[in-house]
Unconditional design. Structure first.
Length: 426
């Protein structure tokens, strides 16, 4: 089991003798590579034509050599092929390779086969396809988007054709109010191209037409050549209204499919691609409305819960209580501040009183207030000795309240040592 898984994980191009790949991985790689080929037009001679259960299993041989391929034609495809195909016919076929990984068998599925005679026309079509592609007419950038809900749908198709019925029926089932503006044209033969171009021009000039469908119910390559005409292809590329190509079936590929703004595989598919389904749109609107209601309800519920949570907090439940508590704290702090300030004022007031008393005690004015006096001559010299004031001299005597002018009348006896000490102390 482990060895199988290891081999299955090795890509064929990375394999070696030591790390081989598995048969299943090899066959799957071959299948994926062959699937990338797509459809191929091939010319040859039918050498085998076996009908089993409505399907055909045959072989196609190269015209100038021995190379052969096996092909199969399913009953649904066979119904669209010429009924007279047989062994020995020189044909051109559109084939797609199929590789079956379980059996390792390669075969080719046929989607179209016609008697040779279309080869030159197909070659010319491929050259024209290459030219138009080089000019950029097939580029996706130039293709216009279809309107979401067209007011009027322009339809170019054959009169009383199955394609017209399919488009109308499927469009009306999806949107009953859809309106069509139909132009009937020949969908094959010489009248096909000029009539289709004229109908396209008329619908493109109609301001009410929002999109144009060109529809046909399929056919062999010969009958579909008109939808690969260069004049029609260039007219579609020049149209200002979006154009939808619904020519034939899935395997049919006229040039109109490449240049149109949208390729529909069938007329029924065109109706589904152009007209929206009213039921789906109503369901979508209901779904979006339900989602919007749910989101709004959820958002409102969340906001209400947040609001209730905020309102339940004490600060919002009783804001006055919080302010009262804070006011009490402020009052306490103010009272404490006033007390500290007053205490500081009292301390400094006492200090000032002490300093004032000290200063007063040291001041001469305090000494004078106690009954002492200061005598000084007119030249300002303070008299500390009686000898400094001889008899008949004048002096000024300063007392606590004012100054007196006095005259010395005689000598003053010498002062005792005790008196000298008192004077010195003063």
């Amino acid at each position: 089991m482990t060895s199988f898984q290891a081999a299955d994980a090795v890509r064929p191009r990375d394999s070696s003798a030591d790390t081989p790949t598995s048969v299943a991985r090899l066959n799957e790689t071959i299948r994926d590579f062959i699937a990338s080929w797509g459809s191929v037009w091939v010319e040859g001679e039918i050498t085998a034509w076996n009908v089993r259960g409505g399907a055909v299993f045959g072989r196609l041989k190269d015209l100038s050599g021995d190379a052969q391929i096996s092909f199969r034609i399913w009953s649904s495809t066979r119904a669209r092929l010429p009924a007279d195909l047989k062994v020995g016919d020189h044909v051109v076929a559109c084939v797609k390779a199929d590789y079956y990984p379980k059996g390792g068998d390669l075969s080719f599925g046929v989607s179209a086969m016609r008697h040779m005679g279309l080869g030159d026309q197909l070659e010319r079509l491929e050259r024209l396809r290459a030219t138009l592609r080089a000019e950029g007419l097939f580029d996706g950038a130039r293709k216009r988007p279809l309107p979401f809900l067209p007011h009027v749908v322009g339809l170019i198709t054959g009169e009383r054709s199955d394609a017209e019925k399919d488009v109308h029926r499927n469009a009306e089932l999806r949107w009953p109010q859809v309106r069509f503006r139909t132009r009937h044209v020949a969908v094959q033969g010489d009248r096909c191209v000029p009539e289709t171009i004229a109908a396209l021009a008329a619908l493109d000039a109609d301001p009410e037409v929002d999109v144009i469908i060109i529809a046909r119910g399929g056919g062999d390559p010969q009958t579909l050549l008109g939808f690969s005409d260069e004049r029609l292809v260039r007219a579609v590329a020049a149209a200002t209204t979006p154009v939808v190509s619904a020519i034939g079936h899935e395997n049919d590929r006229p040039l109109l499919d490449d240049v149109a703004d949208l390729r529909a595989s069938t007329p029924t598919d065109a109706a589904k691609r152009v007209v929206p389904d009213v039921t789906e749109q109503r369901a979508l609107v209901g779904q979006l409305r339900s989602r919007l209601t749910s989101r709004l309800t959820q958002r409102i519920g969340h906001d209400i819960a947040q609001l209730e949570q905020l309102r339940s907090r004490p600060v919002l439940r009783d804001p006055a209580g919080m302010l009262a508590g804070r006011a009490h704290d402020v009052e306490l702090q103010v009272a404490r501040g006033r007390e500290r300030v007053q205490r500081g004022i009292d301390v400094h007031a006492r200090r000032i009183a002490e300093l004032r008393a000290t200063l007063r005690a040291l001041s001469p004015a305090a000494t004078l207030a106690r009954g002492y006096a200061i005598a000084h001559r007119d030249d300002g010299v303070i008299i500390r000795d009686a000898a400094q004031a001889p008899s008949g001299s004048t002096m000024a005597v300063t007392v606590a309240r004012g100054t007196l002018r006095v005259r010395s009348e005689g000598e003053v006896p010498e002062a005792s040592s005790a008196d000298m000490s008192d004077r010195e102390r003063i």
